[in-house]
Design a binder for this molecule. Structure first.
Ligand code: SF4
Length: 388
């Protein structure tokens, strides 16, 4: 049995946020039923009995715009078709205010053991600028309700570098978020994607983005404020609450599903625009809802693009993802997979990066320093590009 991660994409939202270029649509409630039927069909078509599910991640979009009973039914279908490890991590993404206590209880009873909330900011004025449909009060209510129904594993997603945001504002968001005591925090820098309403607002000068220096200060605040509040960074953008010895839990609250991506392990993605990587083969699904539904209706795979990676591409990919982790690429897994050591592959290129303070050597591997994380794209290009 080969353990894999399973991702399911729910492309529906209550409204479209102004910065969003994900594959998601507001409205279209009339398509929910057909889409879920197609998703189940895709699962049955793609499933290989040699696989065993280690993690399930239902993301979007906003999965919680669907009735909780529909999500419970989807999970039930997965357990019918596939073998799911008894201790599997099962995450559902939710937006604050889109699910009430009864709905959260239904998800918990259906086996969801991790809730990832799209919070984004601890300031209502920035939530408004982003076009989010919730307030900070909604976040506090949803967190309290989730705890009441037994969700011990809560993650909050935050975004920094918002229009008009200062490093002080961001620091306040971090203080507010850590006071809610989630087990996990994801802190991403805002990407203003061409074609979004926010992009146009920036182009027209209607909003002002923070300077590069301010955004760097916000990133560095993550690596200072969060550890001081009891969170440990384990990936460039992800932090986990350190479990105190006095707590009656041995939980490791790092996101096991995302660790599958970063450790270059196999995952199957189902649904609109979902990507899969299995044994060096990668494919991406269609991103047009009607085309996706028609393909599955006709018994065809809804694949838009397939590629088989060369060994060099796979090695570079494994390193790129491994460097995102604060522990760096796993030197033992690397040697086992490729028959050569990290040192042999990276050669002399590490030297200027070590002396420049962008990389450090520890535990037989190389790790990005906070300075290196700030310019990770440039560092990794310098380090890995010659391998291709
Ligand atoms: S809730 Fe998420 S997926 Fe939906 S529109 Fe907003 S950013 Fe996009």
């Amino acid at each position: 049995m080969r353990p894999i991660g399973l991702y399911l994409h729910i492309p529906f939202c209550q409204q479209k946020c102004l910065y969003c270029d994900f594959c998601s649509f507001p409205g279209r409630a009339g398509d929910y039923h057909r889409y879920l039927k197609a998703l189940k069909q895709e699962l049955r078509q793609r499933w290989n009995p040699c696989w065993q599910i280690a993690t399930i991640y239902i993301g979007g979009g906003t999965p919680t715009v669907l009735p909780p009973s529909a999500l419970a039914d989807l999970l039930q279908e997965i357990r019918t078709v596939a073998q799911v490890q008894p201790e599997a991590e099962v995450t559902v993404e939710a937006n604050p205010g889109t699910v009430d206590g009864a709905g959260l209880a239904q998800l918990r009873a259906a086996g969801v053991n991790r809730l990832s909330l799209g919070v984004q900011s601890g300031h209502d004025r920035f939530l408004k600028v982003l076009g989010r449909g919730h307030t900070t009060a909604d976040v506090e209510t949803t967190v309290a309700l989730a705890r009441q129904v037994g969700f011990a594993n809560l993650s909050l997603d935050l975004i920094y570098g918002l229009p008009g945001e200062t490093p002080d504002d961001w620091g306040q968001t971090l203080q507010w978020a850590t006071a809610l005591q989630p087990n996990h925090l994801s802190c991403y820098g805002l990407q203003v994607e061409a074609g979004t309403p926010l992009y146009i607002m920036v182009q027209e000068g209607r909003v002002r983005l923070p300077s590069e220096d301010e955004v760097s200060a916000m990133f560095l605040a993550n690596t200072q404020i969060l550890p001081a509040a009891g969170y440990e960074q384990y990936e460039i953008s992800n932090f986990v609450r350190r479990v105190r010895a006095s707590e009656a839990t041995s939980g490791d609250y790092r996101c096991r599903h995302n660790l599958i991506y970063w450790q270059y392990q196999d995952y199957l993605g189902l649904g609109l625009a979902a990507a899969s990587t299995l044994a060096g083969r990668r494919w991406v699904n269609l991103n047009d809802l009607d085309a996706y539904l028609s393909a599955l209706n006709a018994g065809r795979m809804p694949t838009a693009l397939t590629e088989t990676l060369t060994p060099q591409q796979e090695m570079v990919e494994m390193l790129m993802l491994g460097f995102r982790l604060t522990t760096g690429p796993d030197p033992v897994a690397f040697k086992r997979r490729w028959g050569v050591s990290l040192d042999e592959v990276l050669g002399e290129r590490v030297k200027p990066l070590l002396s420049g303070g962008f990389l450090q050597k520890a535990a037989g591997t190389y790790q990005l320093t906070p300075r290196g994380m700030l310019v990770s794209n440039q560092v990794l290009t310098q380090l890995l590009f010659p391998l291709l």
